[in-house]
Design a binder for this molecule. Structure first.
Ligand SMILES: [Cu+2]
Length: 146
């Protein structure tokens, strides 16, 4: 009986660690951000890169940096994997933009998407997050939220 309970406990702890690892990694990756729910994903605090035709988002393990970036309509975002894990870029709202699928953003690889229409484009890595937690980012196109 005790042995069975111990086994269950191990499984529960392992599940908790797995579930939490995406969020933990994000916190480590974004120094100075204490909000594990992603305060730095706020649209009105997005890093302002308007005026740049090409903007790079670093994809580390396991966080997008900057997590929130504001660009001009028509500008291109390039995600560059500087980590050791493979990642992907999935729109939080399916169909909002063409995903960067698993296999296209392996370590040292880059992938680009151009955003022509003003709006808020939330995304995540489905390997290390979901639409609402873990490895997430947002591209704000134009003046949305200012
Ligand atoms: Cu990832």
């Amino acid at each position: 009986m005790l042995r069975r309970f111990r086994h269950l406990l191990v499984v529960l702890v392992a599940a908790a660690v797995l579930a939490g690892c995406g969020a933990d990694a994000s916190e480590q990756g974004s120094a100075g951000t204490a909000d594990p729910l992603g305060g730095d994903l706020a649209v009105d605090r997005a890093l302002d890169r308007r005026g740049a035709a090409d903007v790079t988002v670093e994809v580390a393990d396991n966080v997008f940096e900057p997590r929130a970036v504001r660009i001009d309509p028509g500008s291109t975002v390039t995600w560059t994997n500087t980590g050791q894990n493979t990642h992907n870029v999935m729109p939080a709202e399916e169909g909002r933009f063409e995903p960067v699928p698993t296999g296209s953003l392996d370590p040292k690889a880059s992938a680009s998407r151009t955003f022509s229409v003003p709006g808020v484009y939330r995304y995540y890595c489905s390997i290390h997050g979901t639409a609402t937690r873990g490895q997430r980012g947002v591209i704000v196109v134009g003046d949305e939220g200012l």
